[in-house]
Structure formats: C-alpha cells, structure tokens
Design a protein around this ligand. Structure first.
Ligand code: NDP
Length: 326
C-alpha cells in the first residue's frame, strides 16, 4: 500500500514538504476483515485542522470510494463499493465497522465519485443546512459565499428547487459563469468587485433572508449588515479564518443580530447522521432527474494528492475536488 503521511503539523497554509509518501506491506486478512483498493479520494477544507485529528507521522485523514478486493465479511462482497475513512492510502484492511456501503441501486451512469461530493457529505451539508438551519422558503432571497465549491454549488441549486432567489459569490470569473449556468440568479467575483457592500446591494437591493456562510471574516462583516428583518444565517464554514492564528477584529455582529432580530446558528452535518439516507436518496433523485447538476475538479493520480489538496484550498476547483487513484 502507498500512503501519504503528515510530516509536520501545518503552520499556516499546507505546503508540499508537509507530506511524505510511504510504502507499507499489508497483513493477511483475518475473519471479519476486508481488503480495499481506493478508486478516488476527497480533499476537504477541514483537513488543515490536523492537530486535533492526527499526529505527525500518521496517514493523512480523509474519505475515499474503494472497491472490495478480498473479503472475509459477507456484508461486503468482493467487487462491491464502499465509502471508507482510511485516509490518503491506496490499499487498506478494514474491519467493516467504519465502512458505509454505497447507496443501494446506484445507477451506472452516475459516477461513484459523487459519493464524496454531491451525493455524499458535501451534498448532505447543503441539504440539511438549508432545510434544518435556514428553513429557506419559496420567494426568499438566499446568499451563498464559496458558492462554486462542493457545498455552495449544491446549496444554490437546492435553493432554486425550493423557489428562492439565489445570489452567490466566488473567486474567479469562470466560477461566476459556472454559477449562472447552474441557475444562480446573480453571481459575482468577490476578488474583483471592488466594494463588496455595493456588489451585495446590486445583486439584491432588498437584502437577504437567508445566508449560507462558508467563508466568514470580512465577507460576513459586510453581509450581516444587509440581512433583512428576521433573517437566518447558517454558519457552515469559515474558510477565510482557518489559517488565521489570531483572528482579526471585525464589525460588531451583535448590532445587526439585535436590530434585525436575526438568527445565526453553526452546524456540522453529522448532527443528522441518522437521517443521511433520507438526504442521499433525495440528492440522488435530483441528480437522476437532472435538477441537480454536478461538476468535479478531477486530479489524476495518487501521487498528486498534496498538490490537489493545496489547490483546493487556493480555490482551483469548480465543484468538488476529487483525486483518482490512477
Ligand atoms: P470548496 O469546494 O468550496 O473548496 C474550498 C473553496 O473555498 C475554494 O475553492 C475557494 O473558492 C474558497 N476559499 C478558499 N480560501 C478562501 C478565502 N480565504 N476566502 C474566501 N474563499 C476561500 O469546499 P467545500 O465545499 O468542501 O467546503 C465549503 C465550506 O463548507 C468550508 O468552509 C468547509 O469547511 C465547510 N464545510 C462544513 C461542513 C459542516 O458540516 N459544517 C461540511 C463540509 C464543508 P474561491 O475561488 O471562491 O475563493
């Protein structure tokens, strides 16, 4: 098996020298175990939070879609596909407990890599965040930042399915074009607009009822001022802050919260662990019906995982960042 390990906890943004490729020999299978071969991998913004999740020298954490190569567990027959948390490793032995099978009746024409994106954790984050935190309703105005990414691009499309007016911001003109293609009513490049306040006002002069937050920091300071009365804010992520050792001082969030009577709530998707099947079924249905479009930013080759990871954090990806094993 080949694995990428963490050489040193990240200081600021991850760099190539923080990773090392190692080879290990796997043990023979015991009863109840399965041998997995990874087909594709996910890189996600939570991974720089490695200090609490892994030690230096450990295999990098992460999720993969894998095929069962050998099996001594009848629940996972040879040739079946699973989602595994084995991390950045090409082959692994698992006792089954931490594996989840791919959704039943996965259609052949739907790429299995979507189990790491649109029909996986990012899709569920969008689905439950919109439904259970924002309670977005038909006719409401929905703002999303990081809108062209794995989560954001799904939030916007589900927003359209619900009947919202959807506004998104992203970090390149190509991304803005993509957002328009997938049905966003308004989209802008936050890196080139000049005044963020003006761009938000232009996109929706009446303000925003719902705000799906992926970024935090300056964007939030400005956007909170433009919420409508009784607006809701779902804090899904704060990628602009993940590398900040000392968070900068922002506007006072209390003032818009108080005077506009807003509700701001953070969440992690695992809150709805026992409802994942409901969410995945719905996401699959929308994909099959063509109501939910997906785009994957695919990097070929396990050897390129660190650079793909760094690229995702830098904003290279439209849709979900995926790495194929070969
Ligand atoms: P994305 O596919 O959106 O990739 C990350 C994107 O973030 C980049 O493409 C880049 O796009 C943007 N970005 C990077 N740095 C900055 C910055 N300093 N300021 C603004 N934008 C930046 O990742 P995901 O869709 O997987 O994740 C999106 C967010 O959702 C993250 O904050 C993540 O932590 C969070 N999340 C939360 C979960 C939960 O359970 N609460 C579950 C999954 C994700 P651009 O070119 O637009 O800058």
């Amino acid at each position: 098996s080949r694995s990428w390990t963490l050489v040193k906890h990240f200081e600021g943004a991850p760099k190539l020298s923080d990773f090392k490729l190692v080879e290990t020999q796997l043990q023979k299978l015991k009863n109840g175990e399965v041998l997995l071969e990874a087909e594709c991998f996910s890189v996600d913004p939570y991974m720089p939070y490695s200090k609490t999740m892994m030690k230096e020298g450990d295999i990098m954490i992460g999720t993969q879609v894998a095929r069962v190569l050998e099996s001594k567990d009848s629940a996972f027959p040879v040739g079946s596909y699973v989602i595994s948390n084995a991390g950045w490793t090409t082959h692994s032995v698992s006792q089954g407990k931490e594996l989840s099978p791919l959704l039943k009746n996965w259609p052949d024409h739907v790429p299995k890599s979507l189990a790491l994106g649109t029909i996986g954790m990012p899709g569920l984050t969008a689905y439950f965040g919109l439904r259970e935190i924002l309670f977005a309703k038909k006719g409401e105005i929905l703002l999303i930042n990081g809108a062209a990414g794995a989560v954001g691009s799904i939030v916007g499309q589900i927003g359209k399915i619900i009947g919202c007016k959807v506004v998104g911001s992203a970090g390149s003109d190509d991304k803005v074009e993509y957002l328009k293609e997938i049905g966003f009513d308004e989209a802008f490049n936050y890196k080139t607009i000049g005044s963020l306040a003006e761009a938000l006002k232009k996109a929706s002069p009446e303000g925003y009822d719902c705000y799906f937050e992926n970024v935090g920091g300056y964007f939030a300071d400005v956007a909170l001022q433009q919420m409508r009365k009784y607006g809701r804010i779902a804090v899904c992520g704060a990628i602009a802050l993940y590398n900040d050792e000392i968070p900068r001082k922002g506007e006072y969030v209390h003032l818009p919260l108080l005077f506009k009577e807003l509700r701001m709530e953070g969440f992690t998707v695992s809150r709805w662990l026992n409802r994942y099947d409901e969410g995945l079924d719905k996401l699959m249905q929308w994909v099959v019906e063509g109501k939910l479009k997906y785009h994957e930013h695919i990097t070929k080759g396990f050897e390129n995982m660190p650079s793909a990871f760094i690229g995702m954090l830098r904003g290279d990806n439209i849709g979900k960042a995926i790495i194929t094993a070969k």
